[in-house]
Unconditional design. Structure first.
Ligand code: CP
Length: 319
């Protein structure tokens, strides 16, 4: 297939074929990361600006590294040292960056819809690196890339997403991605953070942790998004950990082949115990490594790159 999108704004509007195209492209870029010279000329002469108005470690650094490995010129916009602090608007900031010949803007913003807004007012390409509690498309892409890498397929894979679903952009993007790719998704957590209305997205909702873990091939843990909650959604972190935290004992009751994922940053001792995070069944750092290849693929495709021949073992048609 050909990739015809100038922006990556969400997962909701992508087809299963488009998701597969990103995964197959990322697989070729993962190989680049294993070479002695980890650089290709695909974005030579292009200017990429990382416009992160919210904090980030993994996403910002891996987008920067991805753009550098594709030979782009990369600028990291620092909110603290910018005219944002003098009240300049997002639109004016972005227009000024475009006036400096930015070809591609990667934006993280606390407001849902900020990347979509920029895509309407700019000629440059826009990539959503997380907008409020709406979507985090490249996190979902690196998550499903890691799942496909570990299990060989996404079709009929049982995935449990556990924790703060309500405020999580990661959960929304991942639900869209997994259901499009034919996986079965179970959501679990306190009822205040996992509303039944998420069933409308094609998921199963349960408040029984044992039930949620019993048949899972993959358990994806989410942290409590304190920064997005306007009131307390459960009595205490201790109670949350007791009822919904994954301890080594709970891990030992899961299927022996089940793997543990977490998008980071982790709250050790709350949603995940250190022994679980650092166990052989945790693929949390593989997710980070794969994020680089996935973000290279996204930047490459948006810049007009071609999708490689479908990987026969993984193509949507073979599933
Ligand atoms: N998973 C994730 O988005 O992490 P950062 O906030 O560190 O980018």
């Amino acid at each position: 297939m050909t990739w015809n999108r100038r922006h990556l704004l969400d997962i909701q509007s992508l087809s299963a074929d488009e998701l597969t195209a990103v995964l197959d492209t990322a697989e070729t870029f993962k190989g680049v990361g294993q070479r002695e010279i980890k650089k290709v000329p695909a974005l030579r002469g292009r200017t990429v600006i990382n416009l992160f108005i919210e904090p980030s470690t993994r996403t910002r650094i891996s987008f920067e590294l991805a753009a550098k490995r594709l030979s782009a010129d990369v600028i990291n916009f620092s909110t603290e040292a910018s005219s944002f602090r003098k009240g300049e608007t997002l639109k004016d900031t972005a227009k000024n960056l475009e006036a400096l010949n930015a070809d591609l803007l990667i934006i993280r913003h606390r407001s849902a819809g900020a990347p979509h807004f920029l895509s309407r007012v700019l000629d440059a390409s826009v990539v959503n690196a997380g907008d409020g509690a709406h979507e985090h498309p490249t996190q979902a892409l690196l998550d499903i890339f890691t799942m496909r890498e570990k299990l060989g397929t996404l079709k009929d894979v049982q995935v449990t997403i556990l924790g703060d679903i309500l405020f999580s952009r990661v959960a929304r993007s991942l639900i869209w991605a997994l259901t499009k790719m034919g996986a079965s998704v179970t959501l679990c957590g306190p009822p205040t953070l996992v509303p039944k209305r998420f069933e409308a997205l094609g998921c199963r909702v349960t408040y029984d942790l044992e039930d949620a873990l019993a048949n899972a091939d993959i358990v994806n843990l989410l942290r409590i998004q304190h920064e997005r909650q306007r009131r307390t959604m459960f009595p205490s972190l201790t109670e949350y950990s007791k009822l919904f935290g994954v301890s080594i004992d709970r891990l030992n009751h899961m299927k022996p082949s089940a793997i543990i994922m977490h998008p980071g940053p982790m709250n050790r001792g709350v949603e995940i115990d250190t022994e679980v995070a650092e166990s052989e069944r945790s693929v949390i750092l593989d997710q980070v490594t794969n994020g680089l290849a996935v973000r290279m693929a996204v930047l490459y495709l948006i810049n007009g790159g071609t999708v490689p021949e479908a990987h026969s073992a993984h193509s949507t048609k073979s599933e």
